[in-house]
Design a binder for this molecule. Structure first.
Ligand code: PEP
Ligand code: MG
Length: 765
């Protein structure tokens, strides 16, 4: 059973459309269960009925015709009760509904299992048998497992298929389609898609057709020639390392690309009308499926080889396609799993929207989006990204909606929203040089988070009093190797001098988690609990010391450097890091004659362990800064980068608020300077909470700074602390967020809250 399940899941995952997914399911499940019938009914939202979508065993002409209302028939009952129904004599059941056109009369026994994805019933899988017998409990368990495993693939195929369906209904002209993701940076962006093909996934290549087959054949032949050349080079480079049989495999692969083999098959498909990418993917996936189904383990393993060959050719096909594309004037960057490195390939001044299929509103790509003030949607998992290259999209960073082929009316209303935002931003601009003082006279320091070259200008213009967090890993991400000490000096000096005399807090390298350097990949099962931040720096003193030396040298003359250590979870690692910093300082000043001021040193409080050692940490450093992004993920056990659990990530969760209060009380008891530099500080609603607790230094993205300032100018600290006291008594994040917004009723504030998307509101839509 387990091997059938594995092969069904594998096959389904390589299918390219909903009909293909369903056909594989009914065929394979019927065979595995040796049943008479296997059918899938899916819920049709428009018709509010369950529709027979695929069957193996019933008459084919009944597909699409058999439709059951919400509680109608056994299918409706299974869906309504959200549990399996296993009957030996289905026709005796009061809910039984007979459909003559199916030819189901001879089948007596019935097993119906709901297909549920993220708590929503998508449909029902039904097995029927001629003999009057209940399906065995192991069989029932198997089908429940199949449905649970495949519901994601069905939901995905259904959502991505919507676009194709709509296109065909409109006779070739696409009709409006909306895809949902997680709102991650506010604003509306309208522009054309530039795809970042992070990997060459054969299954996600859309089925496309061409009018110019000879040109596609030409492109295909060029790609084949390039791969053959690569393979030959690879083979000859390994001559002394591989056996002659292993080397012979390279020749086999090269021959597989010949006209007499895969090459010929693909050219035939192109001549029949498919594009080169589309034809290549279909042919390869078909062969991968065949190899996967083979009994012989040696032959089964060949599936991986064919797949690898497939990816190599596809990569060349995609590159030649990219070269032909002009760069749009307004770019919406789309990718499966975008990271800041994608920005290196495009003119950032043309960027108007960012969409990533993976990730969540606290992934680093989302933070980059907010830093640049670009509307961003993360976790848009159902977006048929590969089909959208060059198309116009609307990115709604307030709601997380992504709209393709918008109607004129909708487009107009989004343009109107853009104009309103512009006016709001112009009003906020007037606050730039206004001191941040509450109506009851408390002064606040608003600082800015930076890291990218592109957001430095915005940060300077925001009127920030200091840089509270410079993510030094950002410049590292944009390169193809570690920068040298001198190169780092230049990068840091540029920042320090740009902000001088204002202090600049440089955080030492915080890679790992969702920030992988292309030239230092870290493969881990659980990256956020793994080798990250200070742990890597201490394991690689040669990297850490170079960075510290560069920071210190860069500060010579401007004297506005502060150094901050990320991910501190115990005192020995803090002590070791401080010792290394001291060593670098002494070497530079005592041995090499540099005149450098000793910079203030700080630590981040972003791991729950550190919350309970605030006093001890505080005594060793000059300042502390709370990283609420990580603190929230670790306190709530919610991966900040995982869209599946995005709805559980709340910085206003009572546990997070209580931890923030502990940190504040402990740090102030030893008079240690304290700030918050997580994204929470840049959310106007959360800023009120932090002010109410006593925090006075908030560091945030430049694009949110004036919004927070406006909020604090309108809210007295007395009110804020009253609100926080009551909020701390509430039981969950949603009630807390609602209570705080309800307590802040001034019209300016309501407008601000509406125009600042945060994870609390995104999950409360
Ligand atoms: C944080 O964790 O809150 C933080 C500021 O650091 P980063 O988002 O870079 O992990
Ligand atoms: Mg962090």
């Amino acid at each position: 059973m387990l091997s059938s399940l594995r092969s069904i899941v594998q096959e389904v995952n390589s299918a390219r459309s909903l009909p293909q997914v369903l056909t594989i399911i009914v065929k394979e499940v019927r065979a595995a269960m040796q049943a008479g019938v296997c059918s899938v009914y899916l819920f049709d939202e428009t018709d509010q009925r369950y529709v027979l979508m695929a069957t193996e065993g019933l008459r084919e002409e009944s597909i699409g015709k058999v439709r059951l209302a919400m509680r109608e028939g056994l299918v409706g009952l299974v869906a309504a009760k959200e549990e399996p129904l296993n009957l030996e004599d289905a026709d005796q059941h009061p809910n039984f509904a007979y459909f003559e056109e199916t030819g189901e009369a001879p089948f007596h026994s019935f097993l119906g299992v709901p297909i549920i994805h993220h708590r929503k019933v998508l449909g029902v899988l039904v097995l029927q048998q001629q003999t009057q017998r209940r399906f065995a409990s192991e069989e029932e368990a198997f089908v429940v497992t199949v449905c649970a495993q495949l519901s994601g693939a069905i939901a995905h195929a259904e959502a991505t298929g919507a676009l194709r369906k709509l296109a065909s209904a409109g006779r070739g002209k696409s009709r409006e389609a909306t895809f949902r993701g997680i709102p991650s940076s506010p604003g509306v962006g309208i522009g054309r898609v530039v795809l970042v093909a992070s990997n060459t996934d054969l299954a996600s290549v859309p089925e496309r057709f061409t009018q110019n087959a000879p040109a596609e054949v030409e492109i295909f032949r060029k790609a084949l020639a390039a791969v053959k050349k690569d393979m030959r080079k690879l083979g000859s480079g390994l001559e002394d390392k591989l056996s002659s049989e292993e080397l012979a495999l390279f020749d086999v692969y090269i021959r597989m690309l010949d006209d007499s083999s895969l090459g010929g098959e693909v050219i035939a498909a192109i001549t029949a009308g498919q594009t080169a990418q589309s034809a290549w993917s279909s042919v390869i996936l078909k062969h991968v499926r065949t190899f996967n189904q083979m009994e012989d383990p040696y032959l089964r393993e060949r599936a991986a080889d064919v797949n690898d060959l497939g990816k190599r050719v596809l990569a060349y096909l995609q590159t030649s396609h990219k070269k032909e594309q002009p760069i749009p004037r307004r770019i919406v960057l789309v990718g499966e799993d975008l990271s800041a490195t994608a920005l290196a390939d495009i003119p950032v001044n043309r960027l108007v929207g960012i969409i990533s299929l993976r990730g969540s509103s606290n992934s680093h790509m989302a933070i980059v989006g907010r830093a640049l003030g670009i509307p961003t949607v993360m976790g848009a998992i159902d977006l048929p990204w590969a089909e959208l290259d060059g198309q116009e999209l609307i990115v709604d960073g307030f709601t997380g909606d992504v709209i393709s082929s918008a109607t004129r009316t909708l487009r107009r209303s989004y343009l109107q929203r853009q104009r309103e935002e512009k006016i709001l931003n112009q009003d906020l601009e007037k606050l730039r040089d206004v001191p941040c003082v509450t109506p009851d006279g408390f002064a606040f320091s608003l600082w800015v988070n930076t890291g990218l070259r592109q957001d430095t200008m915005m940060s300077l213009r925001s009127g920030a009093a200091a840089v509270g967090l410079f993510r030094t890993e950002m410049p590292f991400l944009m390169r193809s190797s570690f920068p040298t000490e001198d190169e780092q000096v230049a990068i840091y000096r540029e920042q320090l001098e740009a902000f001088a005399p204002r202090p600049v807090t440089m955080r030492t390298l915080d890679i790992g988690g969702d920030k992988d350097l292309p030239y230092f990949p870290i493969e881990e099962e659980n990256p956020f609990l793994g080798w990250r931040g200070i742990r890597i720096s201490l394991d690689h003193p040669e990297i850490f010391l170079v960075q510290i030396r560069a920071l210190l040298r860069a500060s010579q003359g401007s004297n506005n450097l502060r150094i901050m250590l990320p991910m501190i979870s115990n005192l020995p690692e803090l002590d070791q890091a401080l010792k290394l910093i001291d060593r670098a300082y002494r070497e530079l000043t005592l041995e090499e004659g540099y005149q450098i001021q000793r910079p203030p040193l700080g630590a981040m409080i972003e791991v729950p362990a550190a919350v309970y050692q605030v006093k001890e940490i505080a005594k060793r450093v000059d300042f502390l800064s709370v990283g609420t992004n990580d603190l929230t993920q670790y306190l709530l056990a919610v991966d900040r980068n995982n869209q599946r659990v995005a709805g559980l990530y709340h910085t206003l969760h009572p546990a997070v608020l209580r931890a923030l209060k502990v940190i504040y009380d402990q740090a102030s008891s030893v008079n240690c300077q304290l700030s918050v530099c997580g994204e929470m500080a840049g959310d106007p609603l959360c800023a009120v909470v932090l002010m109410g607790m006593g925090y006075e230094n908030l560091s945030m993205s430049a694009s949110t700074l004036l919004r927070v300032k406006s909020m604090l100018l309108n809210t007295s600290r007395q009110d804020a602390s009253r609100i926080v006291k009551r909020a701390l008594r509430l039981s969950d994040a949603e009630s807390i967020a609602q209570f705080i917004s309800a307590s802040l009723k001034q019209p300016e504030v309501v407008k601000l809250i509406r125009s600042s998307s945060t994870n609390q509101r995104s999950t409360m839509r």
